[in-house]
Design a protein around this ligand. Structure first.
Ligand code: NAD
Length: 248
């Protein structure tokens, strides 16, 4: 546990917590004293990380309303309180606009945009009852700068940034703060191929720092937003992105 545990006594659910940024957030939250509930598509994936952080695993596809409802019913039944929801589960598919199929479009929107909506809608009654809570949406710089070229992904993340603002309006009177993190390119399974190929290099070139970010750069922002060390931020998007200025 960190010297000054910033999330002591808090319980957090992280969607897509079985890999990449979500798994790192689970580790950091645990180090900061939180109890972590790890969601992922497959139980084994969630269980591996849950075991590592002494938390619990919850399998559910965040784009499936029935599965999401069941997951939050279980949270209410078994745990009662939930202080933090991190809507992190997300997918990307490289592809330029003319090649994006209807199926690709629907899949990206279902996971990246509908998923956070369904999870937030379900967590609201729990947090309203407590009259406190934090929701953190993992967006992307693509949602801020219209790019670079994956239109369905960028639009889903722009939608998530707007959703953050609207949920912040609903949450305000109940002391539920809703914020987003819009990371630039971070080294994870999602981006490893992109970074190896020319595409990722272009994105790195467009940062001021000329390097991809690391998972810790995102998890430290998430700890900040989840902790009580700040209590006046809601409806905002913070962007660890190495100084990204997308000009192409
Ligand atoms: P990742 O592929 O390494 O991990 C994503 C996890 O989410 C996986 O464990 C996967 O099984 C899970 N998942 C996928 N679909 C799901 C679903 N329908 N229901 C439940 N779980 C599901 O990806 P990552 O790089 O860690 O990305 C995490 C989030 O951060 C995503 O929302 C992504 O868009 C966003 N993001 C990543 C980067 C980056 O550079 N890596 C940059 C900006 C934003």
């Amino acid at each position: 546990m960190a010297m000054q545990a910033r999330l002591a006594g808090k319980r957090a659910l992280i969607t897509g917590g079985g890999a990449g940024l979500g798994a790192q957030m689970a580790r950091r939250f645990h180090e900061e004293g939180a109890e972590v509930l790890v969601n992922d598509l497959r139980l084994e994936t969630a269980e591996a990380v849950a075991k590592e952080v002494g938390g619990s695993a919850l399998a559910a596809d965040v784009s499936d309303s029935g599965a999401v409802r069941e997951m939050f019913e279980r949270v209410g039944r078994e745990f009662g309180r939930l202080d933090v929801l991190v809507n992190n589960a997300g997918i990307n598919k490289q592809g330029f606009m003319p090649n994006v199929t209807e199926a690709d479009w629907d899949e990206i929107m279902d996971v990246n945009l509908k998923g956070p909506f369904l999870c937030s809608q379900e967590v609201f009654p729990i947090m309203e009852k407590q009259q406190s809570g934090r929701i953190i949406n993992i967006a992307s710089v693509s949602g801020l700068y219209g790019g670079p070229k994956t239109i369905h992904y960028a639009v889903s993340k722009a939608g998530l940034i707007t959703m953050t603002q609207v949920f912040a309006r609903y949450g305000a009177e109940h002391n539920i703060h809703v914020n987003a993190i819009a990371p630039g390119i971070i080294e994870t399974d999602l981006t490893r191929d992109e970074l190896r190929s020319g595409g990722g290099g272009v994105v790195v070139e467009m940062t001021l720092l000329k390097r991809p970010g690391q998972v810790e750069d995102v998890s430290s922002a998430a700890v900040f937003l989840a902790s009580d060390s700040q209590n006046y931020m809601t409806g905002q998007t913070i962007s660890p992105n190495g100084g990204s200025y997308f000009t192409r």
